[in-house]
Design a protein around this ligand. Structure first.
Ligand code: GCV
Length: 657
């Protein structure tokens, strides 16, 4: 595999600024993001011959903060006025977002076709969570579920000595629309627990690196910090000494980083400590931290990923999919105003296909965040091309109460956040697989405008990453990426049943790998059929956690969408899908088709050889070879497994082993 040491520029190479950098630009605004606008413009003009104008001078582009600006607001109005393009921002952060909107539009931002309108983010909080460890974890490494090399933030047990790279990362994600970054893993180990107190200077340094790009730093904290740091013998959230420890500790955080964003907590989940130890609820735990943060105008994001990871596979009544709703729905209305409950998009765990988590509709009196996973833990680990926005748009555009009615994005945007686990690392291509950059870019764009068409987001990303590359490359990238999530779905676990991955590492097929384990992730395949009965009538009752119409739609095999059939139902192999084919034949057909599509992708990429940087081409080509090998392995294992279980041959007589 080629390993160039030079860092490749992702979606903001200097040439992306050509249209802007060749013009006369006036900037009016104060504060760190406004200073960044000035330095971005200066840099662009140095490349392309434009210049910064004096106040009052005639300009092609005016970037100004409106006199009546609201501090903290990020919106702006973009229009053409008397031959100039004008960005009138609500505040300095809006100025920065306005600048990047102009960059995205290129020449079109300076033409008469520009329609004047206001731009503002749907989600006020648009976050990348880093699952980065300060100390290399013996099992999970420097970045838990990271597929892009080491951490971009931490190295050798301390803050990385490469502020330029961190700043460049801040620039990239700010240009996509991100305004918050959580700098350490939600599994908070010992060294990372100290970031809150004696290692606070490192957090402050990170806040300083992200600040110029309008990004606030958040910290994952350990619920047991008062005990682990040796100050108290309890972390009971109702204990006055514990409450005052958190209040006092939080004051010190703000003394050193006044624009600190808040805490993120994984509690009582996969071995992390939490309020259950003290017989307290998650509302008690979250509210204690919220009380400490409230005087500083900051928030706590509290994760809803709580389930029993030590369940007995023989117990058919415990259903991991139910757990989050069972734990949290009864607490609706009990959380303080500065608590945001952070909910994974599906009820299980970032699978390729899951129904939208019912927690998102069960808590109308709670602020909610939708959590996505840009890091491709279960979607090919950045060795496979898997452009995720089509899945994410489906989640954000899902109508929990049917149509008309609000979409998930409307529910969560009202007071909540859109969060994604970052897929970045110290890799020269940022994300291991160069094409995985588009997932990172899309997180910010969908958090700003959830209704954007995924193909249009990809178009933007292509235009910014390969300025001037032209139509042939654009076509190739769309062919490879637009349907790559569906392709990945075709050759992996079928019809929404999920997992079937190798335990621990989560890469490659192992159909029964998790079947008899405590993790609660089963498919229940036997000689007659496959799938999990989650109906209210005969199963675990998970389907009833949805409001109507979905509780009814999912409850019945007759109405359940094909792609989720095995998530909700255990069906015979000869069950006929809405598509007209049987379940077993669908398994064979999709697995042959998926692997074939990957072979086509690998061949098509050869046509791009003269169109992109040779290092980028080589890296993508290497990964496509691996994707094809892996897709064929998936195809053969899944087809063989289900042929052996069912005894039903492929109607088309293809090779099954
Ligand atoms: C950070 C999954 C992953 C874990 C991850 C966890 C979480 O279970 O496999 O590595 O831990 O999700 O989201 O907390």
């Amino acid at each position: 595999m080629s390993q160039p040491s030079e860092v490749h520029p992702a979606w903001l190479p200097p040439s992306a600024f050509r249209a802007l950098g060749s013009r006369r630009i006036r900037i009016d605004g104060q504060g760190p993001p406004a200073d960044t606008v000035r330095s971005e413009v200066t840099r662009a003009c140095a490349h392309f011959g434009g210049r910064i104008c004096a106040p009052g001078e005639e300009a092609d582009l005016v970037l100004a903060v409106a006199p009546s600006s609201e501090a903290g607001s990020e919106g702006f109005h973009l229009s053409r006025q008397d031959g100039s393009t004008v960005v009138l921002a609500d505040g300095p952060a809006g100025l920065l977002h306005g600048l990047f909107e102009v960059v995205r539009r290129g020449e079109a931002a300076f033409g008469p076709g520009l329609t004047g309108r206001r731009h503002e983010p749907a989600f006020a909080l648009r976050v990348l969570d880093h699952w980065d460890n300060v100390d290399v974890h013996p099992v999970m490494g420097q970045v838990e579920r990271g597929y892009s090399g080491g951490s971009i933030l931490w190295q050798d047990g301390r803050l990385r000595d490469d502020p330029a790279r961190i700043r460049e990362y801040a620039r990239l994600v700010a240009a996509a629309g991100i305004n918050a970054v959580t700098v350490n893993n939600v599994n908070v180990h010992t060294a990372e627990t100290h970031l809150l107190t004696d290692r606070l200077a490192e957090v402050a340094a990170l806040a300083g690196a992200f600040r110029p790009y309008g990004i606030r730093v958040h910290l994952s904290v350990n619920f047991a910090a008062p005990v682990i740091l040796g100050d108290l013998d309890t972390a009971d959230p109702l204990d006055p000494a514990v409450r005052s420890w958190w209040a006092h500790t939080t004051e010190k955080v703000f003394a050193i980083a006044p624009d600190f964003g808040g805490y993120l907590v994984k509690a009582d989940s996969e071995g992390q400590p939490g309020p259950f130890t003290y017989g307290r609820t998650h509302a008690d735990g979250a509210n204690m931290l919220a009380a400490a943060l409230a005087p500083h105008g900051a928030i706590v994001r509290w994760r809803a990923f709580v389930y029993n990871h030590r369940q007995d596979w023989r117990d058919r009544s415990t259903d991991r999919a139910r757990a989050a709703c069972d734990h949290f729905a009864p607490l609706d209305g009990e959380f303080h105003d500065n608590v945001i409950l952070q909910v994974k998009y599906g009820p299980m765990d970032f699978q390729t296909r899951e129904p939208v988590s019912p927690v998102l509709f069960a808590m109308p009196s709670t602020r909610l965040a939708v959590e996505l996973q840009a890091t491709q833990e279960y979607t090919g680990q950045q060795r496979h091309v898997c452009y995720l926005p089509p899945m994410w748009s489906g989640v954000l555009g899902f109508h929990p109460y049917g149509e008309p009615g609000p979409a998930v994005a409307d529910v969560a945007a009202s007071g909540g956040a859109l969060v994604a686990v970052s897929n970045v690392g110290d890799d020269p291509f940022w994300t291991g697989h160069p094409l995985a950059q588009a997932n990172l870019y899309a997180v910010g764009r969908l958090a700003w405008t959830p209704t954007l068409d995924p193909a249009a987001v990809l178009d933007e990303c292509i235009a910014l990453t390969f300025p001037g590359a032209g139509e042939p490359l654009r076509e190739i990238l769309h062919e490879l990426m637009d349907d790559s999530w569906q392709t990945y779905e075709q050759y992996t676990a079928p019809l929404g049943v999920g997992f079937m991955v190798r335990p621990g590492r989560h890469y490659g097929p192992d159909v029964d790998g998790y079947e008899y384990t405590p993790w609660g992730t089963y498919h229940f395949a036997d000689r007659d059929g496959v799938g999990v009965d989650r109906t209210a009538a005969t199963g675990t009752g998970f389907a009833a956690q949805y409001p109507r119409p979905w509780s009814e739609v999912y409850e019945s095999r007759a109405t359940c969408p094909d792609e989720l059939l095995l998530f909700f139902h255990h069906v015979p192999y000869d069950h006929v899908l809405h598509s007209g084919t049987t379940v077993i034949q669908h398994i064979y057909d999709t697995h042959f088709a998926g692997a074939e599509r990957v072979a086509g992708m690998r061949d098509r990429w050869r046509d791009a050889v003269a169109l992109v940087d040779p290092a980028v081409h080589a890296r993508v080509a290497d990964r496509l070879d691996e994707q094809l090998r892996s897709a064929e392995e998936w195809r053969d294992q899944i087809n063989t497994y289900f042929f052996r279980k069912s005894g039903i041959p492929d109607a088309k007589g293809r090779t099954i082993h």
